[in-house]
Every structure is written in structure tokens, then in C-alpha cells.
Design a protein around this ligand. Sequence first.
Ligand SMILES: [Zn+2]
Length: 100
Amino acid sequence: MNTKRRAAARDAILITLALILLAAAGLYTWTRSSEPRAPTDESTWVYYRCTACGERFHYNGQELNDLQAGSPGGPHIGGTGGVPCKLCGKRTAVREPIKP
Ligand SMILES: [Zn+2]
């Protein structure tokens, strides 16, 4: 009888822990999703042309943010060179002044 009651108490603790973890995960997801995201619409696109493979592509506002976040003090986004090509991955893309 005593063992059974102890098992029930342990179960209750485990269930409580599981609920706390679930709540924490839910809260984390909720706070993450409410984080402001940079716009990705066409007005934020910056056009590039790869000097290695000739690929023409664009980065949207969010992608540019991610690039800058991933390389603090790194490539000069929006200038010439240093931007990775979406096709070959080489950092040889140069900015196109107009939409290709
Ligand atoms: Zn390329």
C-alpha cells in the first residue's frame, strides 16, 4: 500500500514536470513568433550578379538581415563584393543597380 502511494506521488511529480516543460516550450515559441521580422516583400529586394558563375539573384530584407547577423563586421552588404552567390555559394556577387 505504501509503495503504491509513493508511486502515485512520483507520477504526480513527473506529470507536473512535464506540464512545466510544455508551458516553457509554448512560451518560448510564443515569444519567438512575436519577434519582429524584417520585411521580405519586393520593395526590400536587393539584386546581385555573381561574377563567378553569372547567376543573377536577389536577397530580400530578411535574408540581408540574416546575412549581416551571421557575419558581424563581415562582408559589406549592399556594396560591392562579399555577398554569397545563391547558386554557387562563392562570395563574388556584385550588386546590380537595377532589377535584372
Ligand atoms: Zn555564383
